[in-house]
Design a protein. Structure first.
Lengths: 417, 183
């Protein structure tokens, strides 16, 4: 028997198995993508539900757990939670079976028993956190009334769960994008494919859930007092959340422009919420014959605390990367320094633009902006200290967030499970 | 930094938590009042905005006193206290309101359940006067605030565990990217 015929014989023996495995993995990928798409739709419903819920609480009240905004919010959570659970249980059952397409190459093991895609496990954990928070939150409202601040224990727990869930969704899509890319080297720019674009969109829509935490920073505690010191709360919190998404987007795609895309997608959501939250509240209040509370806000509550200048922040990040790339080529997109400088510069630019708006009284879109209360009779020395310390604090907080974003973007480039 | 970044996670989270927490300042109140009382204390008219929809024993009660902007000058002296069912008295801490310093923010902790009365006393160039409103106080909740926060923040343990698990993947990613540069 010639060497050639041996080769042919091996191919005849191996090819069907390889082909079957490849087909099974493609089938498994299709299942995961459909599940991820449904989870993303659930998250979309929840983001709108949160904006509507905050508006409803402030305008009408929280007469029961089963108010429409809660139903929208929690239906999204339940969809995401059940799908994550179902997929992990399914993959745990199929794991290791020949021809199932579920193996260690596309799952991780959890608690020694379960096997599933990392993104679905993380998302399931987030949704479980959120669902556990719900009855406790109801109990908290029973104890403390309808006007419990957003910075209440079980609001924070719910928001934490939503953030974890959002991170899980990004992992789901990134792992699909990486497996679809095959064995392409990890370095270099990624093509603008649908899956890569969805990861960037996921990073933009990772922000709305934790940004609900900004509400008290804008309305109740615009200044944080620590002994004799005081600093503006809002810009420091924005600096903790935002660079992460902007830097991770550039790091993941390896492309200048990704941060601006994150800013643009987030701004589109912000504009949608400007219209949606008050409109839905008004429509339903009218249909249910609910009356507005005496101090009902006449402006979109959640949208007003979303950062208004995220497109500018994205442009600044991309600009810093562009300048770095001119000096040292494509390697600049993978370096640490541009990520850190870009993150800090973006936050300072957004902060400066907010200041410009407030100082000129341009309230056409930014009603109740974060430091409006400071213009109402505060001592100028106190205002100057709050502003100066707030600006200074942006730097270390944005550095940390940008560093996390750099790490997240790097991991998203290679995660396959 | 790259080698031992996980060492910094806990202090960094604590620092961020400290920054984010800060603690509610005395003069700050919730965003929207739950109830409003019109008080006529002698010649002075005040609106008292109560920010707690329900008050439990041990809670901070947040009240904002809004005076008549056309009231006599100099601004009258204001005092606020809570009178308890068994003759107990709790004086409020008064400060200029954080959102509008021409108003007065009051903060007081009611120690026990029962039918309490909030009493406003005003003295100024037009004379003195007092007025009040009732404040029913529920028993202290079975689940204290600290326990609520401990439960609520427990998922952070999972997040920390996940971050540590991802450390290896990040090292691999960074290593791959650096090798691609020929470093």
């Amino acid at each position: 028997m010639s060497a050639g015929s041996v080769q042919v014989g091996r191919a005849a023996l191996l090819s069907p198995t390889v082909a079957t495995d490849a087909a099974a993995e493609r089938r498994e990928s299709r299942v995961r993508r459909v599940a991820a798409a449904l989870i993303a739709a659930g998250f979309g419903a929840s983001i709108v539900g949160v904006g509507w819920d905050v508006q409803w609480h402030a305008a009408v009240g929280r007469d029961s757990f089963f108010i429409p905004s809660h139903l929208l919010l929690y239906s999204g959570v339940i969809i995401a939670g059940l799908l994550s659970l179902a997929l992990v249980l399914r993959d745990s059952r199929l794991w290791g079976r020949p021809g199932s397409g579920v193996s260690d190459t596309n799952t991780v093991r959890v608690l020694g028993v379960f096997h599933g895609p990392l993104g679905f496990i993380v998302c399931g954990f987030g949704m479980l956190t959120l669902l556990i928070a719900a009855p406790f939150d109801n109990y908290w409202h029973d104890l403390y009334g309808i006007d419990v601040t957003v910075w209440a224990a079980f609001h924070v727990m719910g928001i934490l769960g939503a953030g974890i869930g959002g991170l899980g969704l990004i992992y789901m899509i990134a792992s699909e994008a990486n497996r679809a890319a095959g064995d392409r080297p990890a370095a270099g720019p990624r093509p603008w494919s649908l899956l890569n674009g969805l990861v960037v969109a996921g990073l933009a829509y990772l922000l709305p859930a934790p940004m609900v935490l900004l509400l008290p920073a804008a309305l109740q505690w615009p200044v944080t007092d620590i002994g004799p010191l005081a600093f503006l709360t809002y810009p420091v919190m924005v600096a903790a959340l935002t660079p992460l998404a902007l830097i991770a987007a550039v790091r993941f795609t390896g492309r200048i422009g990704a941060a601006t895309l994150v800013g643009t997608l987030f701004t589109l959501l912000r504009l949608a919420m400007v219209w949606l939250a008050p409109a839905l509240t008004q429509l339903l209040a009218a249909n249910l014959h609910e009356t507005y509370r005496p101090y009902a806000p006449d402006y979109p509550l959640v949208a007003s605390i979303y950062p208004a200048w995220l497109i500018v922040g994205g442009l600044v990040v991309d600009g810093v990367y562009w300048l770095a790339a001119r000096r040292s080529g494509a390697a600049a997109l993978r370096a640490t320094l541009p990520a850190l400088v870009g993150g800090v510069a973006a936050m300072l630019a957004m902060h400066a633009l907010d200041a410009l708006v407030v100082m000129n009284g341009w309230n056409w879109l930014w009603d109740r902006v974060w430091w409006r209360p400071l213009s109402m009779g505060h001592d100028p020395g106190y205002v100057a200290m709050a502003l100066t310390l707030g600006t200074l604090l942006i730097v270390p907080v944005a550095l940390f967030s940008a560093w996390l974003g750099k790490g997240l973007g790097s991991v998203l480039r290679i995660v396959r499970q | 930094m790259k080698q031992g970044w996980s060492r910094w996670i806990v202090p960094a989270l604590l620092a961020l938590g400290w920054l984010g927490w800060g603690g509610p300042p005395v003069a700050a109140h919730n965003a929207f009042p739950a109830r409003e009382f019109a008080l006529q204390a002698g010649p002075y008219h005040y609106r008292a905005l109560l920010f707690n929809e329900k008050v439990n024993a041990g809670d901070h009660v947040q009240i904002l006193l809004v005076g008549d902007p056309l009231a006599a000058r100099p601004v009258p002296h204001v005092g606020l206290q809570a009178l308890g069912p068994a003759g107990a008295t709790v004086a409020a801490t008064l400060m200029p309101d954080e959102n509008d310093r021409s108003n007065t923010a009051a903060d007081l902790v009611i120690p026990a359940q029962g039918a309490w009365q909030i009493q406003l006393r005003v003295s100024g160039p037009l004379g003195t006067g007092s007025a009040g409103f009732p404040l029913p106080v529920n028993p202290a909740p079975a689940l204290p605030q600290w326990a609520g926060w401990a439960i609520a923040l427990s998922p952070l343990l999972g997040v920390a565990w996940f971050a540590v698990q991802q450390r290896g993947l990040m090292r691999k990613a960074e290593y791959g990217l650096q090798n691609a540069d020929g470093c």
